[in-house]
Write a protein that binds this ligand. Sequence first.
Ligand code: PBG
Length: 318
Amino acid sequence: MRRLRQSPAVRSLVRETSLDPRQLVLPMFVREGLSSPMAIGSMPGVVQHSMDSLRSAAVEAAEAGVGGVMLFGVPAVRDAQGSGADDPRGILNLATEALASEVGDALVVQTDLCLDEFTDHGHCGVLADDGSVDNDATLERYVSMALAQARAGSQLLGLSGMMDGQVAVIRAALDAEGFTDTLLLAYAAKYASAFYGPFREAVDSQLKGDRRTYQLDPGNRREGVREAVVDEAEGADIVMVKPAMAFLDVLREVRDTVSIPVWAYQVSGEYAMIEAAAANGWIDRRAAVLESLLSIRRAGADVVLTYWATEAAGWLRA
Ligand code: PBG
């Protein structure tokens, strides 16, 4: 079998999995009221952007050939309903407008559609009187948020809240308002994961407790596949598995089950682990990053959301 590994040329010719800049999406954070970018301690190398630094980082991503950017907003003020989320002057919608005009032709401008950054309790939905997350009341908020994002120029909505029925109601509302081309990415199999830890600082999360009543139990593979099947039937254009590396088996099974594109999110904890090991000199940073991305592609992801998108795209083109 070593004949197939004898030289760089032969290895390149028989490599089964490829990784292209266009298959990478860069998640970006924009924070209301900032005049210059602010470092995120838990994610070395990643920042909360000001409007200006967001624009230039998006241009840089586009020039590197990255396929898209996924925007997260960090508002200055929060309330129980997450009012900043569907306010046309809210930070996420203003940033979307800015990026749609700046890089909207070069890559796909995408927005996170979830209330957790905007609520004062930090949950992904609104709460019922007993403190539980109210599924159907949240759907009404999501519809309003979807329309605000589409009006702001978002080309793809990332439905990350894990409410039942979210894809169907948002598709119907978008179509009714004439946004028939707005793409829906369903975070179909989003697990309640410890690997989201560093992200909490990135969005200044107010959450106490956990999201186990709406995100999936990490032990469940069949249930993850079922979520993807349901989302495809509801009209999702793309489904997501998240996190990536701890759920590669789910990713493979989802890829083999649905016929639409399947994406994976290499989350903050995956990023932070590799950065920490590299900072200590324990692993070759570039090799580890590329291997991690390749493994996610090999498991079945058509596209990977990764905080290394711009840098990795640069390596791949070099
Ligand atoms: C919530 C959301 C989370 C992430 C993306 N969207 C956190 C959570 O569900 O607790 C995590 C992303 C990351 O860790 O990189 N809408």
